[in-house]
Design a protein around this ligand. Structure first.
Ligand code: FES
Length: 223
């Protein structure tokens, strides 16, 4: 019978454990060759010594074994595209070669340098922006405002009341926290709140319709 400590020592095989570090000095069978039958074939999940991995065969026939989680935002590389000597994450397009090196970071063909391929004729005759695709439209407008927007230069109008209200709430929350208080939205009393949509008469207290049990916080500004 082993002592509990020794039992842990011989059974724990994750990275950094004594047995894990020892076993990683040896060759370990992971897959049969036919499981990656040809260049650029679908990747395969592999679990070795407690680690979730993905194996793939690149365009030149070389085999790579990567952490399943993409180092960018942790999406699964099992979902990745095996193409042109690398496995490309389908979330934001980072691409890794068989050595695990990031060899490409996806950059949209429509970007600031080419004016997001804005078509002025289309803008005049077909769509409001002339830019194809809602994602690209959003990105174009946001990037045009610079990485950190100087909001002291804005001039908000009547249509921006929700923006004004949200900023007041955020500023008020930071001051509350600085003063040692609890910002709004932390208390469990907010758990019953949920999104809702309705058209109601102007004099109606909309809160009594969508969240009758919610506590009445003071309204900073009526929209
Ligand atoms: S999570 Fe993989 S590229 Fe962003």
């Amino acid at each position: 019978m082993l002592a509990r400590d020794d039992n842990d020592r011989v059974t724990r095989v994750g990275p950094g454990t004594p047995m894990g570090e020892t076993l990683r000095r040896y060759w370990l069978p992971a897959l049969l060759a036919w499981e990656l039958p040809e260049p650029d074939c679908p990747p395969v999940r592999v679990k070795l010594l407690g680690e979730e991995l993905v194996a793939f065969r690149d365009s030149r026939g070389r085999v790579g074994l990567l952490d399943e989680r993409c180092p960018h935002r942790q999406a699964s590389l099992f979902l990745g595209r095996n193409e042109e000597c690398g496995l490309r994450c389908v979330y934001h397009g980072w691409k890794f070669d068989v050595d695990g090196q990031c060899v490409d970071m996806f950059r949209s063909k429509r970007n600031r340098d080419n004016g997001y391929l804005l078509d002025r004729r289309v803008q005049k005759t077909e769509t409001f922006t002339g830019i194809d695709g809602i994602n690209v439209q959003d990105r174009a407008v946001q990037e045009s405002m610079s990485p950190i927007v100087d909001r002291s230069r804005e001039h908000l109008g009547p249509a921006d009341r929700a923006v004004i209200q949200a900023r007041r709430l955020l500023l008020q929350a930071t001051r509350t926290v600085e003063a040692g208080g609890v910002p709004p939205g932390v208390e469990p009393t907010y758990y019953t709140l949920h999104p809702a949509e309705a058209v109601v008469a102007r004099e109606t207290d909309w809160r009594s319709l969508v969240a009758p049990d919610a506590p009445r916080a003071p309204v900073l500004e009526r929209v």
